[in-house]
Design a binder for this molecule. Sequence first.
Ligand code: TMP
Ligand code: ASP
Length: 253
Amino acid sequence: MARRKKIYEGKAKILYEGPEPGTIVQYFKDDATAFNAQKKDVIEGKGVLNNRLSEYFMTGLAQIGVPTHFIKRINMREQLCRSCEIIPLEIIVRNYAAGSMSTRLGIEEGTQLPRPIVEYCYKDDALGDPLVTEEYIAAFGWASQQDMDDILSLALRVNDYLSGVMFAVGIKLVDFKIEVGRVYDGDFQRLIVADEISPDSCRLWDMETGQKLDKDVFRRDLGNLADAYTEVARRLGVLPKNASPITKPTLIN
Ligand code: TMP
Ligand code: ASP
């Protein structure tokens, strides 16, 4: 096979040029990082699970009319996506206090918020993705007012979709992060959900026991990360229901 041109390598994924103009191939690595890559490990099977889970969520979003970059899965670790100009923001939606919000405001983790709260971080690893306000975003031209209206609407639609999907399998969606990108259709431009949606970028708690089924398992040394992601995949039907926690998952096609 001809060697593909690497466009970008991030902490958990590699992007290659796609087979057609306007496409990219997104490769999911097994690397796990936390605290801006100060903590690192390789978790066998994580990339395979996130490839399938992100496919599952992006496909579901498309089915309810939320545009995403996902085109199709190519193999265990790769998916074909539409290329887009990533808006340099991490868009976080929170339903319950946790993580940096709890630290910042002294609210106990797990406290339900009065309504979903959307926050924005400027995407810059060297700065540790600092929290920014809409005033910063407008003043520095990272996104227009129209973009911000569209981003808010996308973020809340993703929140409703993901909360519902997770609720149905006994999981509480505490918070999540998305990224959005700009695509051009002739004279029109619009924003679509890009990057990935996976337990790497969400907080997922079992509704009965409160058990964490997301990257906090790695961040906080709570057990085996692949087992937690396998449990999410199993509940959603992405893995066979009787799948035992495994490091080399057998996935349903
Ligand atoms: P935080 O509480 O650490 O700010 O995280 C909020 C949510 O965003 C949580 O679901 C994890 C996710 N997240 C990422 O996807 N990437 C990141 O770099 C960080 C810091 C958080
Ligand atoms: N993704 C970030 C990192 O690698 C932070 C995190 O998810 O905790 O360091």
